[in-house]
Design a protein around this ligand. Structure first.
Ligand SMILES: CNc1ncnc2c1ncn2[C@@H]1O[C@H](COP(=O)(O)O)[C@@H](O)[C@H]1O
Ligand SMILES: [Zn+2]
Length: 368
């Protein structure tokens, strides 16, 4: 290829990246602690290291190797939870995560987090969540709509300021007991007027029993809380079948499904949260060319592109769109439609969805 040809391609890639950045996006699968900035993490490591809590060198090494296998991710999450589980830090990482998604032109963010108890720091699941809400109130680069009302005051009444809708999902960790999982569901219910819109099941897929968390998930369903489940990150046909039997509002990942489970997923038409970079970096999927996005997309199965853990996997939602475009040959119209349709799978109410739909209508002529 001539030097000129290479140059043209590079320009196109840069332009495509820029376009993906400008596209208004909807994020449905983002974990708070997985979205911590590297710079913040290193600062926290230093702070704790200086206090003799953790050996900085080991942690720095872990950060360098972050996200390179599913096992390494969960080793690192254990570290994150030591570093980030106090009220001030929870507030800080929430503020920064929302500001980062907004800077990436995300117009709706469903942020999920596992409410944590920490007696030594006087933290309850409720006070952890209050710190998250404090973080949302502290956002100052963008207007945040939490529960139908804007949290941040419009600086100088500037109507042109960017706006992001943030809704929260409370995560049940797979290794929690039934009572702890049920406590999280009850907390979600208690915080329904504070932007909490649903329940997620996540955590290390090699631990925990479906039967232990099922009563809590059924409780959520009875209370009318939508549920999304991390599904098929490891081969576990029995659990995957039980998850399909449960028939949740959404599923995350769905990587390692046997043929008949795959067909069942499609016939149930459960919307899927696709996390391309996450699946490749954790080696759940060996190569992007083999990713099940292609099959779901071709079958017109409902899906949305998501980041999972922007910090852990050094990605952004724009980057996920860019990756989908170059890996599966999607054009701008197709990507626009993908982003626009993700609105339908959000757990927010119809008013929010109408507002988001309008944003896409308004921007369409300019961006396509
Ligand atoms: C890589 N794929 C994944 N699979 C399963 N669970 C994951 C995950 N990525 C993140 N989490 C879940 O989210 C927690 C971090 O955010 P919060 O502390 O809740 O804010 C992790 O501890 C894990 O339980
Ligand atoms: Zn996830």
């Amino acid at each position: 290829m001539s030097a000129r040809g290479t140059e043209t391609m590079e320009v196109n890639h840069a332009e495509l990246r820029q376009w993906c950045h400008e596209l208004p996006k909807v994020e449905l699968h983002a974990h708070l602690n997985g979205s911590i900035r590297d710079s913040t993490l290193l600062e926290l490591v230093k702070h704790h290291g200086d206090n003799g809590v953790l050996i900085s060198k080991d942690v720095e090494q872990m950060i360098l190797e972050k996200g390179t296998s599913l096992g390494k991710c969960f080793e690192l999450f254990a570290v994150y939870h030591v570093l980030a589980t106090d009220h001030e830090t929870v507030k800080r990482i929430t503020k920064e995560a929302v500001e980062d998604f907004a800077a990436d032109n995300c117009i709706y963010l469903e942020l999920r987090t596992t409410p944590k108890k920490n007696e030594a720091k006087g933290m309850t699941k409720r006070s952890y969540m209050d710190a998250v809400i404090d973080g949302l109130k502290a956002v100052d680069t963008v207007d945040v709509d939490l529960c139908g009302c804007e949290l941040t005051n419009k600086k100088n009444g500037d109507r042109r300021r960017k706006k992001i809708f943030v809704r929260l999902l409370l995560s049940i960790n797979r290794n929690e007991e039934t009572s702890a999982a049920t406590e999280t569901v009850n907390l979600a219910m208690e915080m329904k007027d504070m932007g909490v819109v649903g329940i997620d099941l996540s955590g290390d897929p090699t631990v925990g029993q479906w039967d232990t968390v099922l009563p809590a998930l059924e409780h959520a369903r009875k209370l009318g809380l939508p549920v999304t489940l991390h599904c098929g990150e490891v081969r576990n046909s029995k659990e995957i079948q039980a998850m399909l039997d449960f028939n949740p509002q959404r599923l995350g990942h769905v990587c390692l499904l046997a043929e008949e489970d795959w067909e069942r997923l499609k016939s149930l038409i459960i919307p899927v949260e696709i996390c391309l970079t996450s699946n490749i970096m954790t080696q759940t999927i060996p190569l992007i060319e083999y990713h099940h996005f292609a099959d779901l997309y071709k079958s017109k199965h409902p899906l949305s592109l998501c980041t999972d853990d922007t910090g852990l996997f050094s990605t952004t939602l724009s980057n996920e769109y860019y990756k989908a475009a170059v890996s599966f040959g999607l054009g701008k119209e197709e990507m626009f439609k993908l982003a626009q349709e993700a609105v339908n799978f959000a757990f927010a109410n119809e008013d929010v969805k109408k507002h988001l739909a309008q944003v896409y209508e308004e921007v369409k002529a300019r961006i396509l």
